[in-house]
Design a protein around this ligand. Structure first.
Ligand SMILES: [Zn+2]
Length: 338
């Protein structure tokens, strides 16, 4: 299943979808799931729900397709753009990144995030400034010399800005890209749906998938879940770094994050399944992380809840995972529901 997931992941990564501007990604999900023979539902808020079939205790698998990005905060007098953050990211991670500016009437322009002192030959020392909204700006690839020139292009306060994902799959199996959080997981759920549609997976219980679109700003799965959903399994990135056992080749099982401990029995079941099937996993604690399970619980749903995902290095920057991590995550998903 993971090879199919890789194809879907790369397709999803190519569709710009900063939080608040996820319509194209949702349309792709709807068309793809309908093409498989399912009857997905697009929520008014913008997310996509799809019942995959099966009977008995309902399991919901969720992933989010909204990503980090930015919005035009204002257009400067010289035609450069001041941005405002969408989601939580460090400004240093976007310096010199290519991007797209999406106007509200459907036009798209290419641009680059640059330092306000972008030339070594003009400004000398470029290292001194802390990177932030005042020291970085968006430079359009259009001949614009003043604010009015930019406004004529339809670019104004409120236009969305998406980063170039720069997706690269290396011969050694690393997948490098922005927005692996959480399109890596969304691609896996699409691959699962296709396997169910093709009869390659027999579901041992009722299974639904949910693609949320406001996770990065904290209310992705804030909704009343349908009757019968007893377990929520968020499929979202695992963290890689200091004090963590997970790396890019493993599936992470999160035991506690900033919202507190994950459900004891459900998490135990996942760890036991990983051990039994020989799936390479790491159980880790993420103090600076929160998932869509917390938003679903705070909305009043009474469910068991857990979080798994492929290990992602440099999260919320130029991220990296590995084909083996995607494979281990797919195997754990299949262990839960087949
Ligand atoms: Zn995420």
């Amino acid at each position: 299943m993971h090879q199919l997931a890789l194809d879907y992941i790369q397709k999803l990564l190519s569709i710009p979808s900063p939080t608040g501007f996820t319509g194209m990604a949702a349309d792709y999900l709807m068309e793809t799931l309908q093409g498989m023979g399912f009857s997905p539902v697009k929520h008014r808020k913008g997310g996509v729900w799809c019942e995959l079939g099966g009977e008995g205790k309902g399991l919901l698998l969720s992933a989010h397709v909204d990503t980090l990005g930015a919005m035009v905060r204002s257009v400067k007098g010289n035609g450069r753009i001041r941005y405002t953050h969408i989601g939580g990211w460090a400004d240093s991670t976007v310096e010199t990144e290519n991007c797209l500016v999406h106007t509200r009437d459907g036009r798209t322009y290419s641009a680059t995030v640059q330092s306000t002192k972008a030339s070594q030959h003009v400004f000398g020392d470029m290292n001194g400034d802390t990177r932030g909204e005042n020291t970085l700006e968006i430079v359009l690839d259009e001949v614009v010399k003043r604010k009015q020139d930019v406004e004529k292009l339809g670019i104004e306060t409120g236009c969305f800005i998406s980063w170039d994902p720069r997706t690269v799959l290396t011969g050694s199996g690393y997948l490098k890209s922005r927005h692996l959080d959480d399109k890596a997981s969304a691609g896996m759920l699409l691959a699962l749906a296709q396997w169910v549609a093709e009869g390659k997976v027999k579901l041992n219980r009722r299974v639904a998938i949910l693609f949320t679109v406001f996770e990065e700003v904290g209310h992705g799965a804030s909704m009343q879940l349908p009757d019968g959903i007893e377990d929520i399994l968020a499929v979202d990135m695992g963290c890689v770094g200091d004090d963590l056992a997970c790396d890019e080749t493993m599936v992470s099982i999160c035991v506690k994050d900033s919202a507190g401990p994950y459900h004891y029995e459900f998490t135990n079941e996942l760890i036991a399944m990983a051990k039994e099937k020989g799936i390479d996993y790491a159980a880790d604690v993420y103090p600076s992380y929160s998932s869509d399970t917390a938003t679903a619980l705070r909305a009043g749903n009474d469910c068991r809840f857990a979080l798994i995902g492929t290990g992602v290095f440099a999260s919320h920057g130029y991220e990296r995972t590995h084909v083996k991590g995607i494979e281990n995550t797919c195997r754990l998903i299949l262990a839960v529901l087949a």
